[in-house]
Design a protein around this ligand. Structure first.
Ligand code: PLP
Length: 355
């Protein structure tokens, strides 16, 4: 009895193929929890899509990716000397400071590198002066191109043009330019503006999670108990303020349950409304991501490692042991026990919060 991702893989693959057709140069990103699917499945899909390169999150993810994926591996977090670094002709390091290039030269002088420019994200990357320093220190490194990480906003066109101009001025944009978060329309426009430049969009979320209807998180009811008001229950042995049913469902902190993005009841206004209704949410009860009988149900107490305890008020029909309970989870923080094949069921779909 597990916490599962139900995947309509026919539908999912159709979506992946559509994204690839729109962005033939795309670099699939396979990192972290594998966007809920697990990295293993994404390496395989990236191969099926015919990707020549994937992006991985950290230097720690490189060894595994080399074993599971036959093409090139671009490490998205900029290289740092104090982290383990795999020396392989299939690995492309991201460099965001000239000093790192000097350090990398000691151990991997012929490594393949991309140079990252700072964007309005203000996460990693360098300015024009530092980029020039890197250019002059390239030595026998193989320069793969310039890379940028853009914010999630309506249009990144103006900013990306500025960044490409910076790369061109440094004499570094003759070949490839790697970017995240560009739309199909923006890519088309840029292709027109810079016909000699190969722009490689790195895509994770829009690729893997772009058709939420292909996916559904489900827990399984493992136990139910009737409870009377005043009874002491749970780890914390607090007296319950209402009578009803406690439902034990698979899916706990070990799966990432309880890490959902804040939702409605968490805003002050909604808490106020909840308070006005005298609801349990206002009394400090928290909404769980689990839906039963058409409503998002409250946690009896914070989720446990492998299960959650939910509360159903008197009058709400209790599910049976073995019943499945749908959940609205954040895919990038959830680890599933299994991915199981299931056709999309529009009628019962529960929408996941945005990642
Ligand atoms: C994670 C990441 C991406 C992919 O981001 P999504 O929003 O999942 O598409 C692209 N580039 C860099 C540098 C990243 O860290």
């Amino acid at each position: 009895m597990s916490f599962d991702l139900q995947l309509d893989s026919t539908r999912w693959r159709k979506h992946l193929d559509t994204v690839l057709a729109e962005m033939p140069q795309l670099i699939p990103v396979v990192k972290g929890n594998g966007y809920g699917f697990g990295r293993e499945r994404l390496y395989a899909e990236a191969s099926r899509l015919g990707a020549d390169t994937i992006g991985v999150g950290t230097q720690f993810e490189v060894s595994e990716a080399l074993e599971r994926f036959a093409g090139d591996i671009q490490v998205l977090t900029p290289w740092r000397s104090f982290l383990p670094s795999v020396d392989s002709s299939r690995v492309i390091h991201t460099i965001s400071r000239a000093a790192d290039l000097t350090e990398l030269a000691d151990t991997q002088p012929g490594a393949r590198v991309v140079l990252e420019l700072e964007t309005s994200m203000a996460r990693f990357g360098m300015g024009a002066d530092e980029l020039t320093k890197c250019r002059d220190a390239l030595g026998s490194f193989v320069l793969e191109g310039v890379t940028v990480h853009l914010p999630l906003r309506r249009s990144n066109l103006a900013e990306v043009r500025r960044l490409i101009a910076t790369a061109i001025e440094a004499g570094l944009a003759s070949d490839k330019f790697f970017a995240s978060h560009l739309t199909v329309a923006e890519l088309e426009t840029l292709k027109g503006d810079y016909p000699d430049l190969t722009i490689r969009p790195r895509v994770g979320t829009r690729l893997w999670l772009g058709d939420p209807a292909a996916m559904q998180a489900v827990g399984t009811v493992l136990e139910t108990h009737g409870v009377e008001r005043g009874e002491r229950v749970g780890y914390r042995q607090e007296a319950i303020s209402r009578s009803g049913t406690i439902v034990i469902v698979s899916g706990g902190t070990g799966h990432g349950i309880g890490l959902e993005a804040p939702r409605h009841a968490d805003s002050m206004v909604d808490r106020g409304k909840a308070f006005a209704r005298g609801s349990l949410a206002a009394a400090g009860w928290t909404r769980s991501p689990f839906w039963i009988e058409g409503r998002q149900r409250l946690f009896l107490e914070p989720p446990h490692m492998q299960v959650s305890m939910l509360f159903l008020p008197t009058g709400c029909p209790a599910p049976a042991v073995g019943d499945q309970v749908r959940a609205a989870v954040r895919w990038t923080t959830t680890s599933f026990d299994r991915v199981i094949e299931a056709e999309h069921d529009a009628e019962h779909q529960i929408e996941a919060p945005a990642d």
